[in-house]
Unconditional design. Structure first.
Length: 257
């Protein structure tokens, strides 16, 4: 895991050695919102060490969706509410055994027992006293995918979307739902100074790889996919076998395998 980078005042992003998975801390200097802590036991402990070194207390956890790398936890984070959208919480509950089995090769049993234990939250603004965090819910990528918009900081945390490394992963909820999710995110992307994906590098305004460019790239990909023509995307040029498989699944979902 990398050392955290501060992408905005009080917003720290760690990056896992596995799939460049990001974990985000939002803090006011004392209280902390912890988003998607991942992935391995030593990396979860590394986050806990950083919290201790900075004398930060976790007040709230947020899981953007119910995939195994986004519903992890460590007892050193504390017994605090761990929330997700209602659809994501239901998805986690329905697949709890599968989530924990999938983590057997990377996470010890004592930590797997915490995986997936999230509670449904149906509000718009997260219930904590730190920087305002608004839930941006949709069904792209996974049921109830819940991004977070930090309006005071103009930071958008999007979970497993808008990555410079991964194409849109549509197989679980479908291409139409993915397109609708992009539309849901679009007004926030337009305002964002910083965009934090669940996998990859944060996008910053004023750079070639800015939030608006990320959104445009995903729309171009989906448009080409549904049109049935060739799909040209730099992410496919450097894709792993796994990601190429996801692209094939997208094409099949579009009816053009």
């Amino acid at each position: 895991m990398t050392d955290p980078i501060e992408v905005a005042p009080g917003v720290l992003v760690f990056t896992s050695a596995t799939m460049c998975t990001t974990s985000t801390l939002v803090t006011d200097g004392r209280r902390t919102l912890l988003v998607d802590p991942a992935w391995h036991a030593d990396e979860l402990a590394r986050i806990a060490d950083e919290l201790a070194e900075r004398a930060l207390q976790v007040d709230l956890g947020w899981a953007t969706h119910a995939h195994r790398d986004h519903v992890l936890w460590h007892p050193r984070f504390g017994e605090v509410p761990r929330l997700a959208t209602p659809a994501a919480a239901a998805d986690a509950a329905a697949h709890l055994s599968e989530i924990r089995i999938a983590l057997e090769s990377t996470v010890p049993a004592e930590l797997r027992a915490y995986a997936g234990e999230v509670t449904a939250y149906d509000g718009v603004r997260l219930p904590w006293s730190g920087p305002v965090a608004e839930v941006v819910a949709h069904h792209a990528h996974a049921p109830g995918h819940g991004g977070l918009w930090l309006p005071e900081l103009r930071v958008l945390i999007v979970g497993d979307m808008l990555s410079e490394q991964e194409i849109p992963l549509c197989s679980e909820t479908g291409i139409a739902a993915y397109g609708a999710g992009l539309n849901r995110l679009a007004p926030y992307v337009a305002q964002a100074r910083v965009l934090i994906p669940g996998h990859g590098v944060p996008a910053l305004t004023g750079t070639a790889d800015d939030p608006v460019s990320r959104l445009a790239a995903d729309r171009v990909y989906l448009d080409a996919l549904t049109a049935g023509g060739p799909v040209t995307d730099l992410r496919l040029d450097r894709a792993s076998e796994w990601l190429l498989g996801e692209h094939a699944a997208n094409r099949a979902s579009a009816g053009r395998a």
